[in-house]
Each structure stands twice: as C-alpha cells, then as structure tokens.
Design a protein around this ligand. Structure first.
Ligand SMILES: NC(=O)c1ccc[n+]([C@@H]2O[C@H](COP(=O)([O-])OP(=O)(O)OC[C@H]3O[C@@H](n4cnc5c(N)ncnc54)[C@H](OP(=O)(O)O)[C@@H]3O)[C@@H](O)[C@H]2O)c1
Length: 271
C-alpha cells in the first residue's frame, strides 16, 4: 500500500524531478476523478509551465475548469477539447474508442462485459509491445464520490440512493483520489518496460517498483487497486490464462476490425 503521506511527499517533489513544459493529456476531465486529477496536477506542476490538453463533452464545464486550472497555475496552458470519445469519429480530435453503444452501432467490446477490466488490461499489454517506452496503468480507483451517478434513469437513481447510504462509510474523498492519480502518473514506481529515460519522481523510503501484469517487477503494464498495489496471484493467473487462450490478439483484432468498419482505416493520425 502506498500511504497518503507517501503520496503527498512524492507529489510535492514533482517540480524538482519532472521537466519544464511537460505535456499531459486527460481524457474525461470535466467531472469527477478526471477533473480532480487535472486540478491536482495543475497544483503540483506550478513551476513547470505544463501544456495540458483535456477532453470531455461538456463545453461549459471545460471552459470553467480551464479557467480554474489557470488560476492555480498561471504559467500552465490548459486547453479544453470538446469531443465524444464514445464515437470513433471523435478520435481524430485526439481520443480513443470507449466501447459503449453509440450511433455508430454497438461496439463488439460490449460482448466482453464482465471481462471488461481484463480486456482493457490485455489491450494495454498489446499497446505496450508497440510502445515499450510508455508506461501503462489500469487502475481501480475504489469508491469515489464523483458525478458517476448523475445521469437520468432508474439505474442511476438506484446508484445515487445506494451511494447516499453506503458512500459515507466507504468513499475515498475526491481530492485524495486526484492526488493518487497524480502520483500514478509521476512516480518512478511504475516504469515503462524499456530502459526508463523519462523523468519521474524517485521512489520514496520503503517503496519498491511495482509488479507488472506479467508478474515481473517493472515490466511496463500495471493493474493496481485503490491502494496503488498491483494485482495479486489470482489476478496474475486470470490474465495468464487469457493470454494462453490468445485473448490479447483476439481483443486487438476485434477492436481493429471495428475501427476499420467505422472509419475505413486501421489508424487515425492525431494532430
Ligand atoms: N467513482 C467511482 O466510484 C468509480 C469506481 C470505479 C471505477 N470508476 C471509473 O473511473 C472513471 C471516472 O469515473 P468518475 O467517477 O470520475 O465519473 P464521472 O464523474 O462521471 O466523470 C466521467 C468523466 O468522463 C467524461 N466522459 C464520459 N463519457 C465521455 C465521452 N463519451 N466522451 C468524452 N468524455 C466523456 C465526462 O465528461 P462529459 O460529461 O463532459 O463528457 C467526465 O469528465 C470511469 O471510467 C469509472 O467507471 C469510478
């Protein structure tokens, strides 16, 4: 477990270990965990003049958050990009498919519901092979009081009701979750597979480099819980069995065929 004081110490060291003018992209940062992580990132990168791009659908919230971040970090650039990442046609605005049912037709990723989390991890493993100098972290944030249940419908109403009863006992405060996510993005605890030439905040006392999804230390893809600890042996075993079944390739092939069906291309050049 990485404790709150360890996270606070590490985040406070960000200005002395990360480069000036670093670029950060946040997908889904107009509410909840993404918004709070963005705001905490702005707070902790004050002297670094970061160039931040963040994505969401809510224009008004995006503009408000950009202003708030600028007031927290006057040297930073905070650019809101309005895009629906549930649609592949939003991809050329700098985003990726999320796998929900959309006007472009039901994404086949829906078929994997229930296995969704493992499939996301396997997709990261596939991408990590192509980009070994990038570190991939699939994290479970734990219960966080956010805007996740703000939508219409009975399901959301039930979620809000359950949240109002159980939330006070279980919820991780939103700001704490934001600080944890800033830590995940900046700490040397989760290095990429390739020799790590990037900047990161060094491990603090008593902390070790995390175990990757292939059960090897520092192997570039991590699945972590709300305490920022890697999955246990059971998680390793499930992932190993899915890999043996060739699921990594199947998931990627499936996603790629959806890409081609909707866009007519296998890749979209961003920027
Ligand atoms: N809160 C929890 O307890 C909890 C627990 C486990 C996992 N999670 C996961 O953590 C993630 C963040 O959750 P949250 O609680 O912070 O939710 P949230 O408050 O609903 O925030 C979701 C963010 O994603 C954006 N977004 C959603 N759909 C989008 C789309 N199609 N295109 C572009 N942006 C989109 C929303 O912005 P717009 O509305 O502006 O588009 C918003 O900024 C989710 O993946 C959730 O499943 C949360």
């Amino acid at each position: 477990m990485v404790t709150s004081p360890q996270i606070a110490t590490s985040n406070a060291l960000i200005p002395s270990h990360l480069p000036r003018n670093l670029t950060a992209i946040f997908i889904g940062a107009t509410n909840g965990i993404g918004e709070t992580t963005l705001r905490e990132f702005a707070r902790f990168t004050k002297r670094l003049a970061p160039n931040v791009i963040f994505v969401g659908r809510a224009q008004e919230a995006g503009e408000r958050i950009a202003r708030e971040c600028k007031s927290l970090n006057a040297d930073g650039e905070f650019t809101f990009l309005k895009a629906d990442v549930g649609l592949l046609k939003g991809v050329d605005e700098g985003t990726l498919q999320t796998g929900v049912e959309t006007e472009e037709g039901p994404s086949k990723i829906i078929a994997f519901r229930g296995h969704g989390a493992s499939m996301a991890t396997l997709t990261m493993e596939h991408l990590a092979k192509q980009y070994p100098n990038v570190s991939f972290i699939h994290d479970f944030p734990g219960p966080v009081k956010s805007g996740i249940a703000r939508g219409p419908g009975v399901g959301m109403m039930i979620m809000r009701f359950m949240g109002s009863i159980l939330g006070p006992m279980m919820n991780i405060p939103l700001e704490e979750s934001g600080r944890r996510h800033v830590y995940l993005c900046t700490s040397a605890r989760y290095p990429p597979k390739a020799e790590d030439k990037s900047s990161a905040v060094p491990l603090g006392e008593g902390l070790l480099i995390a175990k990757g999804t292939d059960a090897l230390v520092g192997s570039g893809v991590y699945t972590v819980d709300e305490h920022l600890e890697s999955g246990d042996e059971k998680v390793d075993a499930v992932l190993a069995s899915l890999r043996r079944e060739g699921m990594t390739e199947k998931v990627w092939k499936d996603a790629e065929s959806e890409f081609v069906r909707i866009t007519g291309k296998t890749k979209i050049q961003v920027g």
